[in-house]
Design a protein around this ligand. Structure first.
Ligand code: UN1
Length: 507
């Protein structure tokens, strides 16, 4: 393997056209993990050309034959789960059980997509005319551009790519610049599986490379998972280009609602997991806890006790609950939003923004360490700190009085709508929330994280359009044809439409 890791374009490892390189660093230690060539728009162009050229032959294979390549990847992911889990943890900082779950989620996705190749496909649809057979067929869209985030550096690439490939598309993938090593290993797995040249292409790099994927005319679908700003930009750019499609999944300002009918053991457990797993860096993480006044004081006390003591530390250690933030930018953003909350009148309950030096594990002084920041604040529609996504362990407690309707009103007052949970023993409250909360992933008596790959994953409002993920990604990577075949010699039309051809001679 080269000293500086390369791109994989058209079946070859290559340095690309650019002269710049970048490094991947361990967010827990600051140690350099590897050096990578930085892709340029010219590299993306070559990769898209290779993908475009490979499309026709790839589509001559059956779904089942294409899935065979993915089964090889599946087995390699399973065989190398522990090794890859450690790479995930070293590269993005989430603790080791989360690093492992990322890889497990990835092979679940590959299993789902490859297994789906043998499942019945399409719908037979009734026609008004008995002599007509109508049914649906799907065709691959062509070249799929995939832009993936660092927080699930193995699972999310497979959300995008597994179904896209089995359905007959070819792929150009740009992993997040924070996690290129995971990208490298996934590319090696594709190569090991013998995937035909040009069917899978990897370009390492930053936003300029991602943008080149979005702007390339030969890319038919763009799949994006990541920040709201970038996603909105992609959606509006692609939306203006006829024939091109974007499916984007962005962040959230998710909430857990705790009603007066909640079991508080479940409430505290769920809130801690929702807010602090992955150090608050899941797009489904919860930064708002909306709690009824009758249980507020007890919930607050118990939640604060855990937030004060929750274990921040070496993500490779089994005893850690929270690893570091991914990079300096995230630490800075977290600090800014904590200050903003203070300025907006927050009563700070837990402030572990600057951890005590003894809390930082030996040899990890250069990591991006923070702990929970928890505050209470009176709900107001004008507060920025409870409306804007931080992507860190920044948590607002919001007390409400009255019915579950009021909790849902506060819940819905964000521009986002990705994930959320309600904690209640009252099924009427749960059903009200189910029917009225604006979100794509909803949970009852559970944390608002941890969706499985066989469920659709995505949100409403600013959280996304389309589903670049899991089962539903099929809509973004295929086109449907509604096919109707006439079994009679006569042409007969639905809706009572006349099929008679009338001429001037008729009268
Ligand atoms: C993300 O939050 O960025 O549902 C992805 C979950 C995981 C995926 C999360 N399956 O929490």
């Amino acid at each position: 393997m080269a000293d500086t890791y390369q791109h994989y374009i058209g079946g070859e490892w290559t340095d690309g056209e650019g002269s710049e390189t970048f490094t991947s660093t361990n967010p827990a230690t600051g140690e350099t993990l590897g050096e990578f060539h930085r892709g340029t728009p010219a590299d993306v162009e070559r990769a898209v050309e290779a993908a475009d050229a490979a499309e026709e032959e790839w589509q001559t294979l059956s779904h089942i034959d294409r899935a065979e390549y993915l089964w090889d990847v599946y087995h390699e992911l399973r065989d190398r789960t522990d090794e890859l889990a450690e790479v995930v943890t070293k590269e993005c900082g989430k603790e080791i059980s989360e690093g492992r779950a990322d890889v497990v989620e990835a092979y679940h996705m590959v299993e789902w997509a490859a297994g789906d190749a043998r499942h019945p496909k399409g719908d037979v649809v009734p026609s008004e005319i008995p002599e007509k057979d109508a049914y649906m067929r799907r065709k691959p869209r062509g070249v799929v551009g995939c832009i993936t985030p660092w927080n699930f550096p193995v699972a999310i690439p497979f959300w995008h790519m597994a179904v896209a490939l089995v359905e007959g598309n070819t792929v150009v993938w740009k992993p997040a610049e924070q996690t290129p090593w995971c990208g490298q290993i996934i590319a090696e797995m594709m190569v090991d599986a013998g995937i035909p040249d040009g069917v899978f292409n990897l370009v390492q790099g930053f936003g300029d490379a991602g943008n080149a994927i979005v702007e390339d005319d030969a890319v038919d679908t763009v799949l994006f998972t990541g920040s709201s700003e970038v996603g909105q930009g992609i959606a509006s750019k692609v939306g203006g280009e006829p024939g091109k499609l974007a499916a984007c999944e962005m962040g959230g300002k998710n909430a857990v609602v705790v009603t007066e009918a909640a079991d508080l053991d479940i409430a505290v457990h769920s809130a801690v997991m929702s807010s602090f797993k992955t150090t608050g860096q899941r797009c489904v993480s919860s930064e708002r806890l909306i709690v009824h006044e009758d249980v507020y004081d007890e919930f607050k006390q118990r939640f604060v006790d855990v937030a004060e003591s929750v274990a921040v530390g070496d993500p490779l250690s089994e005893d850690t609950f929270m690893g570091p933030l991914v990079d300096d930018d995230q630490v800075e953003k977290f600090g800014k939003y904590n200050d903003l909350a203070r300025q907006e009148g927050a009563n700070v309950l837990v402030d572990r923004e600057d951890l005590d030096p003894e809390e930082i594990p030996d040899g990890h002084e250069d990591g991006h360490w923070v702990g929970p920041f928890v505050y209470e604040i009176d709900y107001s529609p004008d507060l920025r700190c409870i409306h804007e996504e931080v992507f860190g362990p920044h948590v607002a407690l919001l007390e409400y009085s009255g019915d579950v309707e009021r909790a849902v009103e506060i819940h819905n007052d964000t521009p986002y709508g990705l994930a959320g949970a309600i904690i209640s023993e009252d099924y009427r409250q749960i059903n009200y929330y189910r029917d009225n909360a604006e979100l794509g992933l909803a949970y009852g008596n559970l944390p608002c994280i941890g969706a499985e790959v066989q469920l659709p994953f995505g949100g409403v409002k600013k959280s996304g359009n389309g589903y670049p993920s899991a089962r539903e990604v099929i809509e973004a990577v295929t086109e449907r044809t509604a096919w109707t075949l006439n079994n009679s010699k006569d042409i007969q039309m639905a809706q009572g439409l006349s099929a008679d051809i009338k001429t001037g001679d008729d009268d």
